[in-house]
Design a protein around this ligand. Sequence first.
Ligand SMILES: N[C@@H](CCC(=O)N[C@@H](CS)C(=O)NCC(=O)O)C(=O)O
Length: 337
Amino acid sequence: MKKIALMAAGAALTFAASATPGLAQSTLEAVKSRGALACGVNTGLAGFGAPDSQGVWKGLDVDMCRAVAAAMFGDANKVRYVPLTAQQRFTALQSGEVDMLARNTTWTLQRDTALGLDFVGVNFYDGQGFMVPKKLGVKSAKELNGATVCVQPGTTTELNLTDYFRANKMTFKPVVIEKLEEVTAAYYSGRCDVYTTDRSGLASTRATGPNPNDHVVLPDVISKEPLGPAVRHGDNRWADVVRWTFNSMLEAEEMGITSKNIDQMLNDTNPAIQRFVGKTGDFGKMLGLDEKWSYNVIKQVGNYSESYDRNLSPLGLERGINALWKDGGVMYSPPMR
Ligand SMILES: N[C@@H](CCC(=O)N[C@@H](CS)C(=O)NCC(=O)O)C(=O)O
């Protein structure tokens, strides 16, 4: 009896998997046969996703794209970057214009369900804040009653802003501008008293904008903004690839494996390291990738802390809550085994 029930359950599972129309495997196969990843990124937010002076894309999110390309092709450069505003990003993913988003996007219930996305992890835990000119002498967001606030549409920022002012019985005048460079220009030209976005975005804009010392980021954090890579809902094998690529960067940090020492690690006898570098364990096969997938991610892109130090430390963003769990933060990969 038991065996039949189990077999029936197995058959149902097999059926369910193959009955998911094409999509279940399509992105993984499509990216493989195309030979490059189409990655939806920011239009230019230093530290997360922005081209440098040579036109080379850099950032924590860009490293996510590069890591997936390294896992897929053994070549982190096989990425086509598609810069997207906040408002364009979900349509671009839904329509198939990009294979994934790695673009400081907050994981919310509505996006995970109604918008048809799947968030595969969180590569930066953030919260929304406010930046004001120092000369205004404002010390707390509670003093912003009646302020003119610059904000980008299609963001959680816009929604939280309304909630926050309403909850605190304050009013504000929104200045809503889609393009990042235009909304920040509006703030710097004095059209708004306040610029609001994720605090990492404020740090980036402040550091790269004119006279950083003339502007302050207020201490208030008014929301939770877990930012992470997203794929299309219902594309589980592809979601697995992106999820475990990210996890491998965390796991490598935890095990002390870096781009610099991974070649020595190839000969390490520790069984967890042997599995990580693809000598044992068949993880590649399970993911539909080469056994060197995680070796290539770390060798070419680095572990999470290498990426963080390269991209976010220069903006003055400390690890804080984004430290590994064993260092007092919340970054935690499920076991790679
Ligand atoms: N995390 C928020 C906000 C993300 C967002 O788009 N932030 C702005 C301000 S930092 C941005 O990245 N703009 C860049 C662009 O439009 O290219 C969300 O997912 O809605």
